[in-house]
Write a protein that binds this ligand. Structure first.
Ligand SMILES: C[S@@+](CC[C@H](N)C(=O)[O-])C[C@H]1O[C@@H](n2cnc3c(N)ncnc32)[C@H](O)[C@@H]1O
Length: 421
């Protein structure tokens, strides 16, 4: 149970009749909460229902009751909220990929800012900044340049996991992937679904689109194994489907600009500005390259050896000899290195959804960075780690959001901190 759910539950009325799984309740949705569900109150319970819109009056089926919290599913829309729209995707409601298609785009953006505020208040236990700007996605459909498709070889389904399950929904057309990935999905279907029921076939496929085509892992053809490249904020990045690259490429220039806002323009000659930076969870070097244009020494740390090989090559192709990249889990690298290093000027971290590993924030504090930029794809783990950084002597300067994932409750956040002297 999240803090949000626990606190909501505490306000429930103990006198209400007992509610159990299978009961149908009528509720009014108050707002969208972290995790993307709508929150309502009924029969003394706090009720969470996915795929809701604020202001909706819904009949919901209770799936599970835990203390004074009920987890429910939508049975019927009695009266739609003002921000509810008709979801265009035929798989909506079953597919676990998109849980915000029922919301008008402006309402999606507002809900995401509220989710960030909520996490800062309840998890970081700080007053959120007065303003949290959110950059909308230039495209709200056909924006995803990376996809992971599941293959259920027994039922011969290819697509995504169903909502809150590991059943695979068979998807022929996905409206959020870029056209090149849609073509790849269709080609994959023709190969693994329509022609084969081979139980040995791969269970999962990763695909990523670059400026010059799609890389698919495992590949179907020679062409799929080729590395791809993308130019972001003037830097060229090579990668393939075996390593992470951001999903929504149209927002990446703005994301890099915001993350490095206080670090100069990067127009100086290599190492011209002096100082040092560390880029934790660096992937193929999205931030490592622009940092190497702004600092004399840059160290990237990343666990995936395929990604570090690309990061080293991306630095060298850019002629940046002042950046080095280490292949290691961040927690282990910090435990080994942080205490021996001179204080760094800037620490940037961009971890996966789980946030920094247990103990890693202590290692970051030991580096005594003057400034920290935390790029996050999960407001809850961001808030958890911010709480530790702030307790360790840092001040939160700004929080900005980027809508990297339209039609879902996910949001990218950049938090900037400085060391309190
Ligand atoms: C959200 S991605 C960010 C990558 C890069 N900064 C970018 O923007 O393209 C997180 C990265 O962390 C890596 N990773 C996950 N767990 C890690 C760990 N414990 N230590 C180091 N890297 C890790 C993943 O392989 C992935 O490349």
């Amino acid at each position: 149970m999240t803090d949000e759910q626990r606190e909501g539950a505490a306000t429930a009325d103990a006198e209400e009749p007992r509610t159990q799984a299978g009961d149908v309740l009528e509720v009014s949705v108050e707002r969208i909460v972290p995790g993307g569900a709508g929150m309502a109150h009924a029969r003394g319970l706090t009720v969470f229902v996915p795929l809701a819109a604020p202001g909706d009056v819904l009949r919901v089926r209770v799936e599970r009751v835990k203390g004074r919290v009920a987890f429910a599913s939508l049975a019927e829309i009695v009266a739609p909220g003002r921000e509810r729209v008709e979801p265009p995707c035929p798989y909506f409601g079953r597919c676990g990929g998109c849980d915000f298609q029922q919301l008008a785009y402006e309402a999606q953006l507002a809900a995401k800012v509220e989710i960030i505020r909520d996490c800062l208040r309840r998890i970081a236990r700080i007053a959120p900044p007065a303003e949290i700007p959110i950059a909308p996605s230039p495209s709200v459909w056909r924006y995803r340049s990376r996809a992971r498709w599941q293959h259920d070889t027994r039922n011969n389904h290819l697509g995504y996991y169903e909502l809150a399950s590991h059943r695979v929904i068979d998807v022929a057309e996905c409206p959020v992937v870029v056209p090149e990935l849609q073509e790849t999905l269709s080609r994959l279907r023709a190969s693994v679904v329509e022609r084969s029921t081979d139980a040995e076939a791969a269970r999962e496929f990763e695909a990523v689109a670059g400026d010059d085509g799609v890389s698919l892992s495992p590949p179907l053809a020679e062409e799929d194994t080729r590395e791809r490249a993308r130019v972001i904020a003037g830097e060229r990045y090579s990668f393939d489907a075996s390593c992470f690259f951001q999903i929504n490429h149209a927002l990446l220039d703005a994301l890099v600009r915001e993350a490095l806002r206080e670090e100069g323009g990067g127009a100086e000659p290599e190492g011209g500005r002096g100082g040092s930076a560390v880029d934790l969870y660096c992937g193929v070097g999205l931030f490592t390259l622009p940092l190497a244009r702004r600092f004399a020494r840059v160290t990237g740390v990343e666990a995936n050896p395929a990604a570090t090989a690309y990061a080293r090559r991306n630095l060298s192709d850019a002629g940046l000899a002042n950046g080095r990249v280490e292949t290691a889990p961040v927690g282990a690298w910090l435990a080994r290195r942080a205490h021996g290093l001179a204080p760094v000027d800037l620490l940037l971290l961009d971890p996966p959804r789980a946030g920094a590993e247990h103990g890693a924030v202590g290692g970051m504090l030991a580096l005594r960075p003057r400034r920290i930029v935390y790029v996050s794809c999960d407001p809850a783990t961001l808030a958890r780690d911010l709480r530790e950084l702030i307790a360790g002597g840092y001040l939160l300067d700004s929080v900005s959001a980027f809508d990297m994932f339209p039609q879902t409750h996910h949001v990218e956040t950049v938090a900037r901190l400085t060391r309190a002297e």
